[in-house]
Design a protein around this ligand. Structure first.
Ligand SMILES: *Cc1c(COP(=O)(O)O)cnc(C)c1O
Length: 377
């Protein structure tokens, strides 16, 4: 097996993968309608539930061919009963995306906004739920990948349940990294795609959630032909297959990635991401970079650094310098502040970050940025 050039991706997914995951895609051609392939998907679906410690009787996973956003679309359009309302607890770009999906379907919703650098105020969340008995679904984002803030999902889930609503959480950027217990964390539905925490390839996404709620949604309005949760679930239950063509090679890669996930272990993997995250923060601190999210609110996966007030600082130039040397950095996702992001996802460890900062420092020096960087106020 030839080794493939290793790039260190510090963008928020897709992540750096192992060569064994890359090569797992190189398999004999197979028609996904064969029993052999359906058997592979059965094990995969169960493993995806086990990652969040779900009881296989109570919870199931439903696969979709698409990027992570398809999961948000599927959950929101499929799980809202006729005439009921969704409440989105929104402190960032990914919850805003959920709001845009609800708008796209013309569904009733409340967009409960909080500042992007603040955690949601639970008293306001409760007040909103108390005042509106039509709310049947509460949605939020676990790690707002745009900034790296961690939302208190277990507390929000408990409130949703107290007021009779189901709770869907976008865990795309925490699943298989931050330990999650679907039941203890009061989650009815969570979601992810294979290329983030699992360190596999793009094109496969999955919703993990409560079977009985999916079954209860069978008679809800069918708002999408392709992206309906019950239809896809029902097809899996009856035939073991996806309704339409699955991303075959990505599924092989994901199965290999799960083997590597179990081999590394939940605790060790989270410890490794934490090591990487700490090294990123140390590097940024040493260079004087300020960050958007205060330390105690950071999930531990995304660092959001603010552009310094140096006329020579150019994200593009720094990016290109690093990219040419095998390191990818990523722009921010906040409309009011110029930021760039460094993320602790993927098959990387502390020495990769040490090597990155050598290159990053050279990039700053070459482009004439003074370090430590300075801010005007
Ligand atoms: C990556 C991500 C998504 C999905 O983005 P895609 O570009 O559709 O894969 C959704 N939510 C969060 C929180 C994410 O980090």
């Amino acid at each position: 097996m030839e080794t493939i050039k290793r790039n260190i991706l510090l963008n928020p997914g897709p992540s750096t993968t192992t060569d064994t995951v890359k090569y797992a895609q190189v398999v004999p051609d197979i028609c996904p309608r064969e029993k052999e392939f359906a058997g592979l998907m059965k094990g995969l679906r169960e493993d995806l539930v086990k990652v969040v410690h779900g009881d296989l009787e109570k919870y199931t996973s439903v696969l979709f061919c698409g990027s992570g956003t398809i999961n948000i679309d599927v959950c929101l359009n499929s799980l809202l009963p006729e005439g009921k309302k969704a409440l989105v607890i929104n402190n960032g770009a990914y919850s805003t995306r959920a709001v845009e999906i609800l708008q796209g379907y013309g569904l009733p919703y409340i967009d409960l906004k909080f500042a992007v650098d603040q955690r949601p105020d639970l008293a306001i969340v409760e007040e909103t739920l108390k005042n509106d008995p039509d709310i049947a679904l509460v949605h939020t984002t676990h790690n707002e990948t745009g900034t790296g803030i961690c939302n208190p999902i277990s507390e929000i889930g408990a409130l949703a349940h107290r007021y009779g609503a189901i709770f869907t959480v976008d865990t795309t950027s925490t699943y298989a990294m931050v330990p999650i217990d679907i039941e203890k964390d009061n989650i009815d539905f969570c979601m992810a795609s294979a290329q983030k925490g699992l360190m596999a390839m793009t094109g496969l996404s999955f919703v993990i959630g409560n079977r009985s709620i999916i079954e209860a949604s069978a008679n809800y309005p069918r708002r999408s032909y392709y992206c309906n949760l019950f239809l896809q679930y029902d097809c899996f239950e009856k035939t073991g297959e996806m309704h339409f063509t699955p991303p075959v090679q990505t599924i092989y890669a994901t199965i290999q990635a799960l083997k590597e996930y179990w081999a590394e272990g939940e605790k060790n993997k989270w410890a490794r991401h934490t090591r990487v995250f700490n090294a990123i923060n140390r590097g940024l601190d040493e260079l004087g970079f300020r960050q958007v999210i205060r330390p105690e609110w950071r999930t531990g996966l995304v660092s959001s650094a603010i552009y310094p007030d140096d006329p020579n600082f150019s994200f593009e130039k720094v990016h290109d310098y690093c990219y040419e040397r095998g390191f990818t950095i990523y722009p921010g996702k906040i409309s009011t502040t110029n930021t760039f992001r460094l993320c602790a996802l993927g098959a990387i460890d502390e020495p990769d970050i040490v090597a990155f900062f050598e290159v990053f420092k050279e990039a700053l020096a070459t482009t004439g940025v003074n370090v430590p960087v300075h801010y005007n106020s």
